[in-house]
Ligand binder design. Structure first.
Ligand code: SF4
Ligand code: MG
Length: 333
């Protein structure tokens, strides 16, 4: 199968007073038709900038996108704004953590849904309105006929996120990029929204790129996952493999910090230290200052992605000479 999106050597940097700072530092990945790919990492690892790069929302001249972003085989990195406006919302749609920032407060829900269809599909108002009502029902919103005349502020957070999903899905995009779509919601609503997205993915052929800091969300939603740290992919694999046999110490740390209702932990583990500020240093493994396995080599030499077969790839010096197994057993189980 040809991927919907194939990213080759994507590097996104920003010009600041301190010079040009790479936030995404040469990453490769792809999303297959209909699949749900997770992109996981703490905030500040470059996940959101990756998605903004795909959407053509990194603004020049401060921001610069290098490398290839192939959408159905065509490179859309640095495509014209006119071209991206056609793609955005139509072929590739995006939803964010806070729907209020993407919903226009002065227009009704219906107007906003109808507008999207009129721009991209050139539908008549009447036709678009009927489709808008259907779409609101599809995302589980009752009394859709009334809702269509209401304003964003009249809805709850969970309802607004459903409206956002309706808006994102209304043109039947090939790819939906969801950036922390449930982070601002309470746990019950969060589970419902994830369930809804999973169902929509099954019922339509829309692939989803699920950006999250939470491996629990990945477990619930995704087939494949890439783990990002400091602008790089540090581990990639099938979700089952990554959960059963995580190899990178950062992935292991993320897994240990998933809230688990079944095990009453004294205190939730969190990885000590912080994500390095972009541009701090490009030498060695960026995780070294936080890694309990760090060796001298880790500080001076940059590890490359090693292929473990079955789609699992890991960027860590521990595995260059087969020490990996011991590390894994001392950490898990
Ligand atoms: Fe830790 Fe070294 Fe592996 Fe980086 S390369 S994760 S510092 S062991
Ligand atoms: Mg983010």
């Amino acid at each position: 199968v040809e991927p919907i999106i194939k990213v080759n050597g994507l590097r996104t940097s920003f010009r600041t007073d301190d010079g040009v700072i790479p936030v995404v530092n040469s990453i490769d990945f792809h999303v297959n038709p209909g699949e749900v790919l997770g992109i996981v990492g703490e905030s500040g690892c470059g996940k959101s900038v990756t998605s903004l790069s795909i959407m053509g929302l990194v603004s020049s001249p401060t921001g610069k996108v290098e490398g290839e972003i192939l959408f159905k085989g065509e490179n859309i990195a640095n495509a014209s704004e006119a071209k991206m406006r056609k793609i955005r919302g139509n072929d590739i749609a995006m939803i964010f953590q806070e729907p209020m920032t993407s919903l226009n407060p002065v227009f009704t829900i219906g107007d906003q849904l109808v507008e999207t269809l009129r721009i991209h599909k050139k539908w008549s108002k009447k036709q678009a309105r009927l489709r808008a009502v259907d779409m609101l029902k599809l995302v589980g919103l009752g009394r859709a006929e009334e809702l269509i005349n209401e304003y964003p502020h009249q809805l709850s957070g969970g309802m607004r996120q459903r409206v956002m999903i309706a808006m994102a899905m209304i043109c039947e995009p090939k790819l939906l990029i969801a950036d922390e779509p449930t982070t601002a919601l309470d746990v019950t609503i969060q589970a419902q929204i994830l369930e809804l997205m999973k169902n929509l993915n099954k019922e339509t052929d829309t692939a989803i790129m699920m950006i999250t800091h939470d491996l629990g969300v990945v477990a619930q939603m995704c087939e494949r996952v890439i783990v990002m740290y400091a602008g790089k992919v540090i581990e990639e694999g099938n979700v089952q493999t990554i959960f059963q046999n995580p190899k990178h110490p950062y992935t292991v740390g993320l897994l240990q910090s998933i809230p688990d209702m079944r095990i009453k932990k004294e205190r939730l583990y969190s990885i000590p230290g912080n994500v390095p500020k972009p541009g701090t240093s490009n030498l060695g493994c960026q995780f070294a200052p936080r890694c309990s396995h760090a060796m001298e080599q880790c500080v001076n030499e940059t590890p490359s992605l090693l292929d473990f077969g079955d789609g699992q790839q890991v960027r860590c010096w521990l595995y260059e000479d087969g020490k990996g197994a011991a590390m894994h057993e001392s950490n898990i189980g």
